[in-house]
Structure formats: C-alpha cells, structure tokens
Design a protein around this ligand. Structure first.
Ligand code: FRU
Length: 482
C-alpha cells in the first residue's frame, strides 16, 4: 500500500514514487503552504529535473499535486524559489489576481555534456491559480549567463521592503551573486559575496538570504544560507550560514568561523518560506546527502524532506541560529504513558511507537556528559552523546541497521560543536520517523539529522547521565498518509 512501505516516513513529506531532491519555491499564499521540489518522475535516481508539487495548510499534512514545471527546449528545471507578486509588478497577472512567480535555473543538458560554459541561466514562470498551473515566461531566460559561469544557479528571490525592490541571490560555484529588480523580469547585478570566506570544499548551492531579530538583543541581522557539496564537516553535503548585514545591495559579515545549520549528514539544500511574517521564518531541507542519496534502500521512492522548522537567531558570545520543528507536528497529540526504569545513572523505557514519535526531556545546565541509545531487539542502535569537556554532540549510526548499500553511509560519526542558549535548563527533542532521526538539543541551538534503515522498528530508549532527567516523555505521531 502506498505510503506504508518498509522505511516509508509517516509524518514527513516524501513523493509517492520516484526521485526527489531539493525543496523549491517555498511560498505561503492564501492559506496554502506550497512545497515544490526537484523531481524526476521516471526513476528512483536523479535525472531530467522537473518541479514536483505538494500543498499543505498546516505544514504537517501534505497533498500531492500535479507536476508544476517540466523541462523544455531551454533545459531541465533546476532549483529555485517563488514569490507572490502582490502589486503585479511583473504585469504577468492583474491587480485583482496577482501572480505567483517561480524563478528557477534552466540547466541545458547538451551544453552541460559538451562542457560549454553557459548552460545554466535563470527563467521564470507564473501562476494565476495559486500554483495549480504555471505558464513559462515567453522572454526566458530573464538572467542569462553572460559571463559563461560553469555553475550559475539556484535563484532565491524575495521582496526587500527597505530598498523597495525584488532581490535575487544565486550562486556561481565559489560565491553568491546579488541582483535587484522592479518587475522580476529585468535584473541588475549588484554585488558578490564569499570568495574568501566560509567553506569551499565543494560547489556553493541553494542560497537563501533573510532578516531575523536576535532574541537576546532585539537587533536585526541578516542570515545567508549556502549549501555546499561536497565539503560539509561530516562528509558530503551540508548547509553553512553567515550572520551579517544587508543594505539592499551588499551582504557583509564579521564572522570568522564556519557555522552549519545542522551537523547531521542528512540536511541539505534547505531554504525558507517566502510571504510569511519574519518571525515565522520556516525552513525545509532535503533529508539526504549526495554521497549516498541515490543508493538508499527504498524501492518505490527516494528520500524525504526534513520536518518544517522554525528558525530563530540568538547571541551568546557570538550569533548563532536555532531551529525546531513547527508546533503543528505534535499539536493536539497526547503523550503515551510509559514506565521509566532507573538503574544507576540510566533511565530507560520501551514503547512500540518509538519509531514514529517525538521524545522530549530536559537537563540542567551547565550540561554534563550524557549518552542516549535508541534501538531495537536486534541490537541495532543509534547512539547520541554529549561530551562536556569537548563541548560537542555526536551521533553514531554505524550499527543502526542496513548500512552496506554504500561505503559512505555508516561513518563518520557525526560531530557537532555545541552552541548554548542562555537558560537554566536545556530542552531536547528527538523525532523518529521510520527511517530518520532529527535531534534538536538545547531548544534547537544544535541539530543533527540522519537517515537510518533498521531491520526492525526501534522500540527502546535510554539515557545515561549523572544529572536528573526531567519531563522525559514520548508522543506517538499518527500517520498523515491514509
Ligand atoms: C542541489 C542541486 C542544485 C541544483 C539541483 C539539481 O542539491 O545540485 O544546485 O539546482 O540540485 O537537481
């Protein structure tokens, strides 16, 4: 039965069948959250890219929609974003019915194969029925590749109030490029960022740029996301971020060290929703990694999205982001009654729905060492630890179940240097869903997302620490798929 196959996530979005990668065109309009995504409808590995489409009213329950964009003579449809053109600045809709505009990269496969250098350029398409159908703009491309850049892709467009312009940020291999426009069609190049800063172990992909108010100080700072593949600290694909300022033309930062949105190996190419209030900055990423993403042991479909997450900005010694799943995921659900057994420093319980649930607990600060083990009766397990001395979290999935489909999957152990929110106790949340774990430490100041493929569902949880574990509970999450 569809959506109930082995390893199938029950409360995360995955396509009914076939290959998916990056989330695209995240935009909220008229009560609907749109999730477009990189999609190849003919296979379970990457191929000629389309934009698949799903919609939601609560960021939890998803409805599959027809394919939104298909390849044409200008190329495959690579990643991009979408905006609501409220004032019909593009002229592609009307004042009464403003268009939804998608901006994406065209990737021309023959040019790519021949290694000509101008095979990626940006196009737009518009929808007059809130995303149900799109018409490609006849004058595409709107941002041609005049400088013959080998990598020139993944446009993120947003409305910038202060300069009264549309802003576009895209990536060109080792840097981000920023443009502006009055009408989403004619674009002016403004500046670039990044050649001498940040991680450069791979190609820069899928940028995002947005303002957030710093929780502790009230000031507004700008956040730039840059996905990179390969070159993430734990191997393969990952998303770094920069905190700085944006004056409508240029992004600048004083940041020196590299920061990562999630140090698990399965959180990539994430971007945030357009057209939501800034304080609801909401992020979705592809829950996989290019190192093994095409080899994972699912048959009908490949890969899922992360849970939608609320992004917030904090300052301790330095600025850092925190992200936690949106409230709708567990809203209205009841925690299960469990019997917690206590032996020396270990608290443990078992529950048949652990593999489809949220587990939460609190620990006093400063945090001492702790170890969490989640597993099944076959001795398959995931181990999460905090090392107080090194101030580091780690997640080990080397014994989690099937791992030999790729020699890149089991190791390395994922390591994440800790950031700390200023509080007396730390809140933890762990979301398991058939074949994924998302670990959020200290109200999301640290996140580790990882896939795993157990031979039997996980049912056992234990935590070992000298500290008192408070409010340990489990909330089973019913399937969203009928
Ligand atoms: C990131 C990415 C993007 C590109 C898309 C192609 O995962 O490589 O840079 O637009 O995937 O599917």
């Amino acid at each position: 039965k569809s959506y109930h196959e082995n390893f199938r996530p029950q409360y995360h979005f995955s396509p009914e069948a076939h290959w998916m990668n990056d989330p695209n065109g995240l935009v909220y309009n008229d009560g609907t959250y749109h999730l477009f995504y990189q999609f190849y409808p003919d296979s379970t590995v990457w191929g000629p890219m389309h934009w698949g489409h799903a919609t939601s009213e609560d960021l939890k329950n998803w409805k599959n929609e027809p394919i939104a964009l298909e390849p044409d003579e200008l190329g495959y449809i690579f990643s991009g974003s979408a905006v609501v053109d409220h004032n019909n600045s593009s002229g592609l809709g009307t004042a009464e019915n403003p268009p939804l505009i998608a901006m994406f990269t065209y990737h021309e496969p023959k040019g790519a194969e021949a290694k000509t250098s101008d095979y990626q350029y940006q196009g737009i398409a518009y929808s007059l029925d809130n995303g149900k159908s799109f018409t490609k703009y006849a004058g595409n491309p709107v941002v041609p590749n005049n400088e013959n850049l080998i990598d020139f892709r993944d446009p993120k467009v947003f409305w910038h109030e202060d300069s009264n312009k549309w802003i576009l940020v895209l990536v060109a291999g080792d840097r981000a490029m920023i443009y502006n426009s009055d009408n989403l069609i004619d674009w002016t190049y403004l500046s670039e960022f990044g050649k001498d800063i940040g991680a450069h172990g791979g190609v820069w992909e899928c940028p995002d740029l947005f303002p957030l108010i710093v929780k502790e100080t009230g000031e507004t700072k700008w956040v730039l996301f840059i996905s990179i593949n390969p070159g993430a600290p734990n191997g393969g694909s990952g998303t770094q971020y920069f905190i700085g300022d944006f004056d409508g033309k240029q992004f600048t930062t004083n940041q020196t060290d590299e920061k990562w949105i999630d140090l698990g190996r399965d959180n990539y190419a994430g971007i945030t929703y357009n057209n939501l209030p800034d304080e609801e900055r909401t992020f979705i990423a592809w829950m996989s990694n290019w190192e093994y993403g095409q080899e994972t042991p699912t048959e009908k479909w490949r890969s899922a999205m992360t849970l939608p997450q609320q992004v917030s900005l904090h300052k301790n010694e330095d600025y850092f982001l925190a992200n936690t799943p949106v409230a709708s995921i567990t809203e209205g659900l009841s925690e299960a009654s469990i019997k917690i057994s206590k032996e020396e420093n270990t608290s443990s319980f078992s529950h048949k729905d652990l593999n489809q649930s949220a587990v939460s607990f609190e620990l006093p600060k400063p945090l001492k060492d702790f170890t969490i083990v989640l597993g099944n009766a076959e001795d398959e397990k995931i181990t999460i630890s905090f090392d107080a001395q090194a101030s580091k979290y780690s997640l080990d999935r080397s014994k989690s179940g099937l791992t030999d489909f790729s020699d890149k999957f089991a190791l390395p152990i994922m390591e994440a240097p800790a950031d700390f929110i200023d509080s007396d106790s730390a809140e933890f949340q762990i979301f398991l869903d058939a074949s994924s774990i998302e670990f959020f430490a200290d109200s999301g100041a640290n996140a580790i997302t990882a896939q795993f493929f157990p031979n039997k569902p996980y049912t056992q949880f234990s935590i070992t620490t000298e500290d008192e574990v408070k409010n340990l509970k489990i909330t089973p999450i019913p399937s969203i798929w009928k």
